[in-house]
Write a protein that binds this ligand. Structure first.
Ligand code: CAO
Length: 416
């Protein structure tokens, strides 16, 4: 069976992480993604953080699988001619250059739209068009600071903290993929392409939606009852950093398990769901709390929630995180071991589901990557190795109608 995006041709002008994460996903779903890279060097991540000399770095291979690579100097006349031909026969152009770079290259939206009215031009920028910071170049952590994640992450007595998850990069790429697919559906109705843009600030902010909820609640009543600052600490007029507190209506915390003194990840996340209070009491050996009015309601528990967590930690002291979760799962308590990257890499279930995949690579040998987090009943996703720099240059040029002699001339002129 064919893949759903087969027949969709994408000019992939992306680099680093935000854009490549988007186009990689579209390639998994069957699009023909042609990664356009500068001759000689290519995407900067090919050489960043290498662990095997002369082989593409994992940073590149893990974000560019299933694509083809075309080297093209788009600042030469031949390069511009090739790009013009490609635009005329492609469906989508995705880019995450610094602000204005595509215009400076001579391929602004008006020109592309003129060349191909059905073309969808999808962009990632740090800030949205018209924003007072629209001229800024942006990387991951900059976006996390700009989008509200850093000011609300970490502990109240420490500085703003960024997450290890790529909220600014890959998250923005996922938003852009949704935008592109939506524009493709709209094009099937109207025949017209359009511009699709996602700013990294907006994509982070979208994930910080509940913190904007909290800002408004704070302004209305002066406190946030689910934060550790309540009721014993102080609130200012901005949402504070809440450590590991649960973000919704269920209090939760990261709790120590057996071995925490030497293992930095010997912890579980424990959630106190209101309606699961009785099973919690049974699980941790405190049946008397089930009927004690000082504990029976969420409100009654609020001022002593950290004492409750301390009691649970006492119960956890002789249990590993895995043993603890095996007990708690029987009581239907939402919880998980805190898993290290090593544990995730070795997790049999993730291997079986295709969420962690081993990929062969001509220069790196085998490497692990994260497969599709989206599972389909009618689509099998095969993760193929990322292309070597320029691996498909001649093939793409021949597909555009260039003869062998013309291709050789372009190599000679260093246009490809
Ligand atoms: N041929 C010729 N020139 C090329 C080319 C090619 N194939 N590919 C890129 N270039 C040129 C661009 O045209 C641009 O030229 P000018 O600036 O002279 O017009 C130049 O390369 C540099 O592009 P850039 O601004 O994108 O690169 P940078 O390394 O200075 O900045 C980044 C990198 C990521 C900060 C910037 O691209 C950016 O802010 N992007 C938008 C936000 C984003 O996606 N950030 C996330 C990256 S993941 O952490």
């Amino acid at each position: 069976m064919g893949k759903p995006l087969e027949g969709i041709k994408i000019i992939d002008f992306t680099h680093v992480q935000a854009g490549p994460a988007c186009t990689q996903m579209l390639a998994w779903f069957g699009a023909d993604v042609i990664k356009v890279e500068r001759p000689g060097s290519g995407d900067v991540t090919r050489s960043q953080l290498r662990h095997v000399a002369d082989a593409d770095a994992l940073y590149f291979t893990m974000l560019n699988s299933n694509k083809r690579s075309l080297t093209l100097n788009t600042k030469t006349p031949q390069g511009k001619e090739v790009l013009t031909k490609l635009i005329k026969e492609s469906d989508v152009l995705v880019e995450n250059f610094g602000p204005g770079a595509l215009d400076r290259m001579g391929f602004g939206w008006e020109h592309i739209h003129e060349l191909n009215p059905g073309m969808i031009v999808a962009s990632v920028k740090g800030f949205s068009e018209g924003h007072h910071y629209e001229d800024l170049k942006v990387y991951e952590n900059v976006a996390q600071c700009a989008g509200g994640a850093a000011s609300t992450t970490g502990f109240w007595d420490g500085p703003p903290t960024v997450s290890g998850a790529a909220l600014g990069d890959s998250n923005t790429g996922m938003h852009l993929a949704i935008g592109i697919l939506t524009a493709l559906v709209q094009r099937s109705q109207t025949g017209q392409g359009q511009k699709v843009a996602v700013s990294m600030q907006d994509a982070v902010l979208n994930l910080c939606r509940v913190k904007l909820r909290d800002q408004q609640r704070l302004e209305a009543v002066g406190y946030l009852e689910e934060y550790p600052q309540y009721p014993h600490g102080e609130f200012t007029d901005v949402v504070p950093r809440g450590g590991n507190a649960g973000g919704g209506g269920q209090p939760g915390w990261v709790l120590k398990c057996k071995g925490w003194q030497s293992d930095p990840n010997a912890y579980i996340y424990f959630t106190v769901q209101g309606h699961a209070w009785d099973p919690i009491c049974d699980a941790i050996g405190k049946p008397e709390w089930k009927t004690d009015p000082a504990y029976t309601t969420a409100q009654a528990r609020q001022d002593k929630i950290f004492d409750i967590f301390a009691t649970i930690e006492e119960w956890l002291a002789d249990k590993t995180k895995y043993e603890a979760v095996d007990i708690l799962r029987k009581y239907d308590i939402p919880c998980s071991p805190v898993l290290s990257m090593k544990e995730l890499a070795e997790d049999e279930s993730l291997r079986k589901s295709g969420s962690i995949v081993e990929v062969p690579h001509p220069k790196l040998g085998k490497y692990l990557t994260v497969g599709s987090p989206i599972k389909f009943s009618g689509l099998q996703i095969d993760i193929k190795p990322s292309p070597l720099l320029g691996e498909h240059t001649d093939e793409v040029l021949a597909g555009l109608g260039y003869s062998d002699a013309e291709i050789a001339e372009m190599h000679e002129a260093k246009a490809v």
